[in-house]
Design a protein around this ligand. Structure first.
Ligand code: PLP
Length: 384
């Protein structure tokens, strides 16, 4: 059995127009204490080995010292909720202006469900804004993820549910307790907050303007519920340059986009069973906002077995000079693992033609997390 697969997207629309504007959000992020942009790493030597022109990886493990990109979404969405709740003038959203009504903020409680990274981001934002956070996690969540959330003063509860059920549970609890649900996925009737979260992720792409960024021919993004990949594809579509090919990568055991595209009726479909070590991507229901964007923008949908992500974690950790090693967790490393496979293994050479990958290709990845599950990371990277 192959450990990867890829299909073309029959719904791709060349005329897609970007739906989001993230200029205000970028200024907001720049106003946050300790804001700095994350590194863009160019793997020159490795790209030669793969017979590609360039490989660039944005390292989101460095985002606010939180080991993942998620704080970009939570901070912007929570700031917007805070200012609207305390009747601030919303024209100039900056950290200092949000904090002016600190007494009112103290009374607010945000709740969320998470596989770890988003929950830590919400907890960190609550700590910074001075409000409360309650975070629900699926069964089998690693102790480290819970500790990381609690280290920011939030309450964390591990449920006996899977990720999608935990989202429903957090929504129900928020309703009953008058908490503000801050969820990074959307469904009919719950769209404004997840949209702001997606706008928040676009700061990653704005930051590339400050780097020696090689405009990519291929943008390869990982998906759980899809908010992240959708926001990145939307941001690239907003720039007046030749549109790169967009590729979505999911774990084989949690491939709700791949399976929905295979069903082929144009609607998103949920999975009953989830099985992957890639905790951040272990989601069975596409976000409806993300689905609408990804359905029109993605050129290809790919799936990878866990082993592809684990091999790629080790590869990134062991990059030798002049290339730079990157600490990348299982959900962060899978996209590069996918491209490495199709470039290096004869069995997959037909995919090179399918996605148009060759010595003139420049591939862009985002390593969305560092070693957020340190036990697994150590086992994979250090116990080889
Ligand atoms: C590290 C990491 N990468 C990627 C994703 C995927 O984001 P989304 O669920 O928006 O597709 C997540 C989501 O939690 C994540 O934690």
């Amino acid at each position: 059995m192959s450990d990867i697969d890829i299909i073309s997207n029959p719904f791709h629309d060349n005329g897609y127009r970007a739906k989001m504007n993230s200029d205000e959000c970028r200024r907001f992020h720049e106003s946050l204490p300790k804001y700095s942009q994350t590194p863009l790493i160019n793997l020159d030597e490795f790209s030669k080995q793969l017979n590609l022109k360039s490989i660039q990886i944005k390292d989101e493990s460095k985002r606010f010292g939180l080991n993942a990109f998620k704080s970009l979404g939570a901070s912007y969405a929570m700031a917007k909720i805070i200012v609207s709740n305390v009747n601030h003038d919303q024209s100039d959203l900056e950290f200092e202006s949000v904090m002016q009504k600190s007494d009112a903020i103290k009374k607010m409680t945000f709740a969320t469900a998470t596989d770890g990274n988003h929950g830590r981001a919400v907890a960190w934002c609550a700590e910074n804004f001075g409000c409360k956070a309650i975070v629900f996690l699926p069964k089998d969540t690693s102790r480290h993820r819970v500790d990381a959330i609690e280290s920011h003063g939030a309450k964390a509860f591990v449920t006996d549910l899977n990720y999608d059920e935990t989202v429903e549970y957090a929504a129900k609890m928020s309703d009953e307790n008058d908490w503000i649900l801050i969820q990074d996925t959307s469904w009919a009737g719950y769209e404004d907050i997840p949209r702001d979260i997606m706008v928040g992720y676009q700061t990653i792409i704005h930051e590339l303007e400050n780097d020696d960024f090689i405009w990519p021919t291929h943008v390869v993004m990982q998906a759980g519920v899809g908010s992240f990949a959708a926001s990145i594809f939307d941001a690239f579509s907003n720039i007046d340059r030749p549109r790169p090919k967009f590729i979505v990568v999911e774990p084989t055991g949690a491939a709700c986009y791949f399976q929905s595209i295979k069903i082929g009726d144009g609607d998103p479909h949920s999975l009953d069973k989830l099985d992957t070590l890639m905790a951040g991507l272990c989601c069975g229901t596409p976000s409806i906002l993300a689905w609408d964007i990804i359905k029109e923008t993605a050129d290809f949908f790919a799936i990878c077995d866990d082993v592809v992500a684990l091999d790629s974690m080790a590869r990134l950790a062991q990059m030798s000079k002049p290339d730079q090693a990157i600490v990348s967790g299982e959900s962060g490393a899978v996209t590069m693992g996918f491209i490495e496979k199709i470039c290096m293994e004869k069995e997959y050479s037909e995919y090179l033609d399918l996605i148009g990958l060759n010595e003139s290709s420049s591939v862009f990845f985002i390593s969305t997390e560092g070693d957020t599950n340190p036990d697994l990371y150590d086992r994979i990277v250090n116990d080889q």
